[in-house]
Design a protein around this ligand. Structure first.
Ligand code: THU
Length: 157
């Protein structure tokens, strides 16, 4: 028997340390929180995706009284990209959220397990690691590739 240590690599940074593209993507994720429909949780999440052909797709969480019919911001953006640009890889995914007081979260918003699984499959499908940006007022987490978000993920092959 032995202990196995699994390492992930995350970079912590501030808005002014981001590249112009990354800063624009984070700003668009913040903008997308305004379209969120979250009358139940009052937690408004926004996502912005940059595709290989430079198209930008936004997403936000959409809730429903018949829980769990709603969807998270990340999946709404990834699935919208899949509909509108089915052959384009996802290069960048930025996420931001506003809390019940309508303030941007202080700490980085982190995707739920289901969204992580969808992000993993999107990477596999296009063979390109996704550059991920998780916004928080105090810090932004940046990582390259979903293995740095969800190690030991499920795979059926
Ligand atoms: N939510 C997202 O949109 N993305 C996440 O990464 C976490 C959670 C949504 C789902 C639900 O509408 C609300 O936030 C509260 O959980």
């Amino acid at each position: 028997m032995k202990d196995v240590e699994v390492k992930i690599k995350i970079r912590e940074c501030q808005m002014d340390e981001l590249s112009d593209i990354d800063r624009a993507m984070v700003s668009m994720a913040i903008e997308a929180t305004a379209s969120s429909y979250a009358p139940y949780s009052h937690f408004n999440v926004g996502a912005a995706i940059l595709l290989a052909d430079d198209s930008i797709i936004k997403g936000c969480n959409q809730e429903n009284a018949a829980f769990p019919a709603g969807i998270c911001a990340e999946r709404s953006a990834i699935f919208a990209a899949g509909v509108q640009h089915p052959d384009q890889a996802v290069r960048v995914l930025a996420i931001a959220a506003r809390n019940r007081s309508d303030e941007l979260t202080e700490e980085p918003i982190s995707p739920c397990g289901t969204c992580r699984q969808v992000m993993i499959e999107t990477e596999k499908r296009f063979g390109l690691p996704i550059h991920i940006l998780l916004y928080g007022q105090k810090r932004i987490y940046m990582m390259d590739g979903t293995e740095n978000l969800m190690p030991l993920s499920f795979s059926d092959f």
